[in-house]
Design a protein around this ligand. Structure first.
Ligand SMILES: Nc1ncnc2c1ncn2[C@@H]1O[C@H](COP(=O)(O)OP(=O)(O)OP(=O)(O)O)[C@@H](O)[C@H]1O
Ligand SMILES: Cc1ncc(COP(=O)(O)O)c(N)n1
Length: 292
């Protein structure tokens, strides 16, 4: 008599988990994000800290605003008083050896001015400015009068600026419908004094997601296949934080933006099938280590 029952499947066939590695590690580079909190966790400081960690950086934070936000929208914005932002900045910079800084949501003209003053005093090394104006869900995150402060005060002091298409349109007054317009906008923004300009192409149409980079007068493109996914909340924050982290670990700016592009593309790919929330969902930053 033969036994026709199927071979029993072991309950858990996955490989034995690697034990946690407790060996000492070198002191990491310190990065700083000056940005808003996203209660939904997809953008803002929450995304920045995950991107910093992926690049092996120790992230610190200065909170400019607390948003009540999820994937569907922003229902409240509480701007942190300027004096508190100033004290957070002093607390971080007076003690920790920050080597690169990223700014995100700055909310008001006063806070843009505060950051510009700190940069002018040489306290914000390798400054990456992500000029956050509006959330992906359409909520204003910067008061309109603050746009001039960005152009006149902050951009001249930035190492890298990373507007998306709608932000580049507001900052330059130029309509951007394709790559040639994005190139022209990048040249306008380089004219403010920023060393490296990245006009991100996530909002342009087409099968590729192409970003225009103008670095010390040299233009090149960051080009990746466009991923078909609704989960794009926090791509801009992630790209800028990853760029700051690359600079912090010693990459040249052109290498830092290229590594940031690879990282954000990987995070988008991994989360393409995620279903978190009813609106544009977050990226998968989890468990990724970007080799230096
Ligand atoms: N669907 C996509 N597939 C591949 N890459 C994308 C996609 N959407 C955005 N990107 C890339 O993500 C990065 C961020 O670009 P994007 O223009 O979306 O910035 P953003 O609008 O500031 O982001 P956010 O959604 O956080 O506001 C860029 O490198 C862009 O090319
Ligand atoms: C606190 C904060 N900072 C930045 C963004 C922009 O990200 P997105 O354009 O993906 O909404 C946001 N929504 N919230």
């Amino acid at each position: 008599m033969t036994d026709s029952s199927p071979t029993p499947t072991p309950l858990d066939a996955s490989p034995t988990p690697t034990p946690l590695d407790a060996s000492p590690t070198p002191t990491p580079p310190v990065t700083l994000s000056i940005a808003g909190s996203d209660s939904g966790g997809g953008a803002g400081l929450q995304a920045d800290l995950r991107a910093f960690a992926a690049f092996g950086c120790f992230g610190t934070t200065v909170v400019t605003a607390v948003t009540a936000q999820n994937t569907c929208g922003v229902s409240d914005v509480h701007v942190i008083p300027t004096a508190s932002v100033e004290r957070q900045l002093a607390a971080v910079l007076d003690d920790l050896p920050v080597v690169a800084v990223k700014t995100g949501m700055l909310a008001t003209t006063e806070l843009v001015g505060l950051v510009a003053d700190a940069a002018a005093d040489g306290r914000l090394p390798q400054l990456v400015v992500d000029p956050v104006l509006v959330s992906a869900t359409g909520h204003r995150l910067l008061e309109p009068a603050a746009v001039a402060a960005y152009v006149e005060r902050l951009l001249p002091l930035a190492s890298v600026v990373t507007p998306n298409v709608p932000e580049a349109e507001v900052l330059t007054g130029r309509r951007i419908t394709g790559l040639d317009d994005a190139r022209a906008a990048a040249r306008d923004l380089a004219g403010t004094g920023t060393r490296v300009v990245v006009v991100k192409g996530g909002h342009l149409d087409g099968p590729r997601a192409v970003d225009v980079v103008l670095a010390d007068g040299e233009e090149h493109l960051l080009d990746a296949a466009r991923i078909d996914t609704p989960n794009v909340h926090g791509t801009g924050c992630t790209f800028a934080a990853a760029t700051a982290a690359g600079l912090a670990r010693g990459d040249a700016p052109a290498d830092a933006v290229a590594a940031a592009k690879d990282y954000v593309t990987t995070c988008l790919q991994r989360a393409a099938g995620w279903r978190l929330g009813g609106g544009p969902g977050p990226l998968d930053h989890l468990g990724i280590t970007v080799a230096g």
